[in-house]
Structure formats: structure tokens, C-alpha cells
Design a protein around this ligand. Structure first.
Ligand code: NAP
Length: 519
């Protein structure tokens, strides 16, 4: 196979990364770059048998890994953070090469890995400490909860954030004493392989994290069958399939799925900052972000002014596929993604929507490059309004008041992330609480939420089940065990005491304990 790396690529040699894949087969996966459409390498394509072998290795490695004191696991993750920082340039090149995103967007991934890994390294000892909880009878009953690792956790991850989504959920799982198998998206295996190598260099033993590139449809079932817990990030359609597999195997699964993010501009919003935030929300990673802004609802008194500024600023964004820092917007990832974006925009325009700017494929920039696009007068019920477009496309709609804004924002099957803009932070917060989303930013699009690693993030409704970040993002990789030590007499009728009297005593005790705040 002829490999043709784009000019300016200065990242790690891809063949070396591919060589780390452990497989008994000889099938391969061809990887192309969205920057030019050219082949950049091939990696072994793992088989179901490879999945089972990897699971056995992971089970063996887990015993030793779990037995280490948490401080040693923390030390390895601290070292990993240093290596990520030291490999910034390699990581940026690699993420851009495989995803086609702009360099600044790739940098957000590095920052997220550093922030998330740092957060969990700091908190893991506290999250894993034995927790005392009230027993049924104070002093007599001592209850405590310990958190054990599940064992081997399987991760299935998408291409849109190939670095952070391949590793940021793995970190808390490892810190909790699990080992991990990651099935990365077919478009972006090298990034996952590189970051796994950094973890190995940081002191995480072989077998604790294995990357298995390959076809998700083929590997999903054997992976879910072989592991003790599953973490899936990807589309809602595939998430349902993974949930069904997990249900059949009775393994816990968290599902981070799609979105169709609303952004509300209140009457009192500061327009300049709001437009800056809306641009970032709509066009970061060329809109291929699960928490992207896809629908903007603007108070009618500000609508014209907002649209004018948004369109002017969107036209000023640089669209390019290069390894430089200057471009604002990069490429879509694939022909499939491009054709979805084009069909959403073209259908909306054919049905009466107004194209305020953009709406053009730009093959002169890159094979899948598409202009930042703003649509108005979008018919309710059109695909661009109701479905996840996952491209650099945003719709704007005037609304009469907060009530209409909330009703429209919540009129979606998704419930991942929203954004509210207001000159009054308290009112903004109150409005945010009315959005049916797992997370909402006030006066920012998404980054301040994402970067607040102590706050759990995740989806409601068709956007998923479970949370990442915060305590919830750690505890989901642990299996709690409660131990209750009863001193003195067991909770049973003493010899000679009739059951009826014992039942009445217990009933009275529960009422009393609650009344005096003992429970
Ligand atoms: P996808 O098609 O669902 O693929 C995600 C992963 O699932 C890939 O590794 C894929 O492998 C694998 N897969 C495909 N079919 C499978 C099956 N039957 N069983 C098990 N695994 C299977 O999603 P995508 O197109 O890569 O990513 C975009 C989607 O991810 C968007 O909807 C976006 O909103 C969502 N997303 C959500 C979050 C979040 O945190 N909520 C974050 C990022 C992205 P192949 O590569 O072989 O197809």
C-alpha cells in the first residue's frame, strides 16, 4: 500500500504504532487522512478471537494491578500526565492527521486529557476510601462501603475526539483497579495506540490497557461478552445495540450518545460575547462534537442584530486542513459525514430555509471540507432541526420569550448539553435548570462545562445513560460492597420474646430513629 502523509506532518511514525497491535490474524485496516483523502497507513484488524485472548491477558494483568496500593496507580497516572504534556506536538499532529480537525481543536483534547487525568489522580484515594454509613442501630451496627474494581472494562470509542475519548474514561477505570480493552473507531486507531504507549511508558504494565483496532460490528458482541463492564461512546443507534448486548450479558454499561444542542440567547444577553461563544459551540471540531451547538433560539428583539454579527463572524473563520495554528475550522472526517451534512442543509433549503452563510462543500480546501453554515427559517420537523447533523451547521430561530425558548429547546429526543446566555447570571441559571439536558453552560457554549472535571456530564433521553467526570465518572467503574458489623445481639427476637412484640418494637424503633434523626 502506498502511504502519502500530508505536508507538515511531524508526528510519530505510524508503522511503529501499528506494530504494537497483538493479533493472531493477518487482516488489516487501511487508514486515510481526511486532510487529503490519502492513505496514511494500515493497522492489524483484530478478530473476535483476538478479543477473547486480550480479555484473558487483561484478567491476568488485573490481579496484579488491583493488588497495588492506589498510590502506585496514582503515580503512574501522574507520570502519564507529564508524558502527555511532553508529547504535545506529536499528539497534535496525530489527532489532526486522523480526524482532520483544526490544531486548536486538537489542543482541547490534550487539555482535557491532562485535566481529567489530573483530577482523578488527585481524587482517586478519596473516592476509593472505605466509607462509613449509618447502621440501623447507632454504635451497635457499624456499616461501611468499599469500592472494588469490576475487573476488565471494555471501551468502544468514536473518531470525533480520538485522543480524549480513547483515554479519558480509561484513566478512572485504571485508577479504580480495573484493566481496559479499547476498540477505537476505524478512522483513528493510531491516536489510541500512541496514547496507550504513553501509559505503558508511564509504568502501567502490559495487559492493563490493550488497543484492539477493527470493525465495531464484528468486535462489539465478543467484546461485551468478554468484559465485566462496558463504556460506549458513539451514536444513539449503535448505543442501543451495545445496551442490548450488555443486557443479555448482564454487564453494567454506560452510554455516551448523540445530541442536538440548543443555545438560548435571552433578551438581556451581551451580544458580542454570545456570538463568540456560539461560534465556538457550533464550529469547534467542524461541528463534530457531541455537545455542539446545533440550534440557536434568540429573543426576537435581538434576533436581527445577533444574526448579522454571527454571519459576519462565521464568514471570517478560516477553513483549512493544515498543521498550522491559524485555521479556525478543519475538515469533516469522511465522505459519509460530508454527505450527511450536505443532505441536511440541501433538504432544509429545498424546504424553504434561508442560507445566511456557508452551505458549500470546499474540495479546494480538502476532500470533505465544508463551510461554516448558518441557516434561518428552518422548517420544524426538518432533519437539520430534529436530528444530529454533526457538522459545521447551526440554525437560528427567533422566539418571543423564555417560555418559547425553553419549549423549543426541550422539543428534542436528545438531552445531552445546552447553553444559555443572559446578562443576569441568576436568571441564566434559573433558565438552565429548565432545560432537559444532562449539562448546561450559562454564558459559555461548552468548554467551561467540559473543563470543570468535578462536574458530571452525560446525556438524558436518547443521549445516553451514565456520566463521565466527577465522582460519578469514577464510581461507575467500581462495584460497591457493603459490610455491616452487628455488635451484641443480632436483629432477631431474643429467646422467649414473641414475634408480634418484636415486630412492634422494630416498627416503633424505626419511627423513633427517624424522628430523632438517627437514620
Ligand atoms: P458510531 O458509528 O456509533 O461508532 C462508535 C464506535 O462504535 C466505533 O468504534 C464503531 O466502530 C463502534 N461500532 C459500530 N457498530 C458497532 C456495533 N454494532 N457494536 C459495537 N460497536 C460498534 O459513532 P461515530 O460515528 O464513530 O461517532 C459519532 C457519534 O458519537 C455522534 O453521534 C456523537 O454525538 C457521538 N458522541 C457522543 C459523545 C458523548 O460523550 N455523548 C462523545 C463523542 C461522540 P467502527 O469504527 O468500526 O464503526
Amino acid at each position: 500500500m502506498t502511504v502519502d502523509l500530508p505536508d507538515g506532518y511531524d508526528g510519530p511514525p505510524l508503522a511503529d504504532l501499528a506494530a504494537a497491535v497483538q493479533t493472531d490474524g493477518d487482516e488489516t485496516l487501511r487508514v486515510e487522512t481526511p486532510m487529503t483523502g490519502a492513505a496514511i497507513g494500515e493497522v492489524p484488524a483484530c478478530s473476535p478471537a483476538d478479543v477473547r485472548t486480550a480479555a484473558e491477558r487483561a484478567q491476568q494483568a488485573q490481579q496484579e494491578w488491583m493488588a497495588r496500593p492506589v498510590s502506585e496507580r496514582v503515580e503512574a497516572i501522574e507520570q502519564f500526565v507529564s508524558l502527555v504534556r511532553g508529547s504535545q506536538s506529536d499528539l497534535l499532529d496525530l489527532v489532526q492527521l486522523e480526524s482532520g480537525k483544526a490544531r486548536y481543536d486538537a489542543m482541547e483534547e490534550i487539555l482535557d486529557v491532562v485535566a481529567t487525568a489530573g483530577h482523578y489522580a488527585d481524587r482517586a484515594p478519596e473516592y476509593l476510601a472505605t466509607e462509613r454509613v449509618p447502621g440501623v442501630v447507632p454504635l451497635v451496627t457499624q456499616a461501611s462501603v468499599d469500592r472494588d474494581p469490576y475487573g476488565v472494562v471494555g471501551f468502544i470509542t468514536p473518531w470525533n475526539y480520538p485522543l480524549t475519548l480513547a483515554i479519558s474514561d480509561v484513566i478512572p477505570a485504571l485508577l479504580a483497579g480495573n484493566t481496559a480493552i479499547v476498540k477505537p473507531a476505524e478512522q483513528t486507531p493510531h491516536t489510541a495506540l500512541f496514547v496507550a504507549e504513553l501509559l505503558r511508558k508511564a509504568g502501567v504494565p502490559e495487559g492493563c490497557l490493550q488497543i484492539l483496532p477493527g470493525d465495531g460490528e464484528r468486535l462489539g458482541e465478543p467484546l461485551v461478552a468478554a468484559v465485566d463492564a462496558v463504556s460506549f461512546t458513539g451514536s444513539t443507534a449503535v448505543g442501543r445495540e451495545v445496551a442490548a448486548l450488555a443486557g443479555r450479558e448482564l454487564v453494567p454499561a454506560t452510554l455516551e450518545l448523540g445530541g442536538n444542542g440548543p443555545l438560548i440567547v435571552r433578551e438581556d444577553a451581551p451580544l458580542g460575547r454570545t456570538v463568540t461563544g456560539a461560534l465556538r459551540g457550533a464550529f469547534a471540531s467542524a461541528g463534530q462534537l457531541c455537545i455542539a451547538t446545533e440550534r440557536i433560539y434568540v429573543h426576537e428583539s435581538r434576533y436581527d442584530g445577533f444574526c448579522d454579527r454571527l454571519v459576519e463572524r462565521a464568514r471570517g473563520l478560516t477553513l483549512d486542513t493544515s498543521f498550522e495554528w491559524d485555521p479556525d475550522v478543519g475538515s469533516l472526517v469522511s465522505e459519509r459525514q460530508l454527505s450527511k451534512v450536505r443532505s441536511h442543509v440541501d433538504e432544509a433549503v429545498a424546504d424553504g430555509a434561508t442560507l445566511l452563510t456557508g452551505g458549500r462543500h470546499r474540495p479546494d480546501v480538502g476532500p470533505y471540507a465544508y463551510e461554516p453554515t448558518v441557516l434561518a427559517d428552518v422548517p420544524e420537523g426538518s432533519a437539520v432541526a430534529c436530528e444530529e447533523t454533526f457538522g459545521p451547521v447551526v440554525t437560528v430561530t427567533p422566539v418571543a420569550d423564555d417560555e418559547e425558548a425553553v419549549a423549543r429547546a426541550n422539543d428534542s429526543e436528545y438531552g445531552l448539553h445546552g447553553s444559555v446566555w443572559s446578562g443576569d447570571a441568576d436568571q441564566g441559571r434559573a433558565l438552565a435548570r429548565r432545560l432537559d439536558c444532562g449539562s448546561v453552560c450559562v454564558n459559555d457554549a461548552y468548554i467551561s462545562m467540559w473543563a470543570s472535571t468535578g462536574a458530571p456530564m452525560g446525556g438524558r433521553d436518547d443521549s445516553g445513560i451514565g456520566r463521565r467526570h466527577g465522582k460519578e465518572g469514577f464510581e461507575k467503574y467500581t462495584d460497591p460492597q457493603s459490610v455491616v458489623v452487628q455488635r451484641g445481639h443480632p436483629v432477631a427476637a431474643p429467646a422467649g420474646v414473641p414475634n408480634r412484640l418484636m415486630a412492634a418494637t422494630l416498627s416503633w424503633y424505626l419511627r423513633l430513629a427517624r424522628a430523632v434523626g438517627l437514620r
